[in-house]
Design a protein. Structure first.
Ligand SMILES: Cc1cc2nc3c(=O)[nH]c(=O)nc-3n(C[C@H](O)[C@H](O)[C@H](O)COP(=O)(O)OP(=O)(O)OC[C@H]3O[C@@H](n4cnc5c(N)ncnc54)[C@H](O)[C@@H]3O)c2cc1C
Length: 395
């Protein structure tokens, strides 16, 4: 008997990675995506070794090499004086962790995933297909689309993002608390910037009340900027709300002129209210489970949201390969719950040492940097994140 048919709601990063891992193990997959076309808005995402080793196992190394920037190192800079500290090496990630560190444009990355899926399972994704409910019994689950169509499979995976409809249908609303921070995100062609700002490393500008991260994308052709700044008048949790460079400049006016030069070169910066959520205690019920932001939405301060979604996809596929539904979904959740909860909490906590009163005084900052961000401290912080191997973790 062939392997069962798995339904996936949402064709974002997590949904497609899960589909590729399932296809690799001989499953039939059917993805339902609400958007009319498969594309991602422009902004950067960092893929750390815990994510890249999964993508490599899915045969995506050449395609990722063609679109990624491999940063040399990470540096922290003081928000006002620009004083810099080299805190970790990233180009040597493959030696230290066995897999590379990549910085990619979300659109490029998503296109790689879409292309792989189209080659391996033509027609597996239905677009313009908004999932609005499901019913399950002992043998199967039936997904209902807004169009009135239905689809039946052995399991349904809600990979439908932070505002997951499948999560809501399973467990009701999830409380979210506004952090008081808003993110600005934007991308600039490197050529538009003066030579001194052509960076091959990742930089995080930290200060007493906010931070700014810049890093190269697309083999160094683009520079990505993402910030966290205090704002109490912007509560929309969306990745597609456009602002203006002038508004972004105003929010960052205390920052170094080099940061403002990047901001001024952005055509359209996007703004996003940062909401924090407590980790969920469970996310599967019978033949239905969740994946990615649907079950562990996180703040971006450890840059692990996409990486967790990638890990989920591989662990889920390994569980379905080994156990029957619903046992497989219970095993998947059990294998993932502790790690993802720790990352979600760690992301909430990480802001405390990136926004710190001691950073207001350039005389106090060096001691603070040594205590909080010395390379040995940074490595200890990164090791447990980057060493995780979704291909071999016990399921
Ligand atoms: C500013 C910022 C910076 C970030 N930086 C990083 C980083 O450096 N590293 C990192 O690892 N992560 C980062 N992340 C997080 C990362 O982008 C997300 O965690 C990741 O995209 C989650 O993937 P997903 O597939 O779970 O959800 P999504 O990518 O949101 O995909 C969900 C998909 O489901 C679809 N959908 C929604 N509802 C329905 C429905 N009812 N029916 C059908 N389809 C539906 C959506 O259209 C979408 O295509 C960042 C996020 C932000 C906002």
């Amino acid at each position: 008997m062939g392997k069962p048919r798995i339904l996936i709601a949402g064709a974002g990063i997590g949904g497609i990675v899960a589909a590729l891992a399932l296809l690799q193990r001989g499953f039939e997959v059917a993805l339902y995506e609400q958007a009319a076309e498969l594309r991602e808005l422009g902004a950067g995402v960092q893929i750390s070794p815990n994510g890249s080793r999964v993508l490599r196992a899915l045969g995506l190394l050449p395609a990722m090499d063609a679109i990624a920037a491999v940063p040399t190192h990470r540096e922290l800079r003081l928000f006002n004086t620009g004083q810099a500290w080299r805190v970790s090496e990233l180009a040597t990630s493959a030696e230290r962790y066995g897999a590379p560190y990549w910085q990619v444009h979300r659109g490029d990355f998503h296109a790689v995933l879409v292309q792989a899926l189209a080659e391996r399972a033509p027609g597996a994704v239905q677009v313009g297909a908004r999932c609005q409910g499901f019913e399950q019994n002992m043998d199967s689950v039936t997904l209902m689309l807004e169009t009135g169509e239905t689809s039946r499979g052995a399991a349904l995976i809600g990979a439908d993002g932070v505002h997951s409809h499948v999560r809501e249908a399973l467990f009701g609303g999830t409380p979210a608390t506004f952090t008081g921070f808003m993110a600005w995100r934007g991308v600039v062609p490197m050529q538009r910037l003066p030579d001194r700002l052509h960076q091959r490393h990742a930089a995080t500008w930290i200060g007493p009340y906010g931070h700014v991260v810049t890093y190269p994308l697309r083999r160094g052709e683009l520079l990505n900027l993402v910030t966290a700044v205090p704002r109490d008048d912007w509560l929309v949790e969306s990745w597609s709300e456009a602002g203006t460079a002038a508004e972004c400049h105003r929010d960052l006016s205390q920052f170094h002129p080099d940061v403002l030069a990047v901001v001024d070169a952005i055509d359209v910066p996007y703004k996003w209210a940062m909401l924090g959520r407590e980790p969920m205690r469970r996310w599967s019920a019978g033949r239905v489970s969740l994946l990615g932001d649907a079950c562990h939405p996180t703040l971006p301060f450890l840059a692990q949201g996409a990486n967790m979604a990638i890990e989920d996809g591989m662990v889920l596929a390994r569980c379905l390969d080994r156990y029957a539904v619903p046992e497989a979904l219970r095993r998947y959740e059990a294998a993932r719950l502790e790690r993802t909860s720790r990352i979600v909490r760690g992301s909430l906590d990480a802001v405390a040492n990136m926004h710190h009163p001691e950073l207001a005084d350039p005389a106090l900052a060096p001691a603070f940097m040594e205590r909080e961000f010395a390379p040995r401290v940074m490595n200890a912080r990164a090791d447990w994140l980057y060493e995780y191997d979704a291909l071999s973790v016990v399921v």
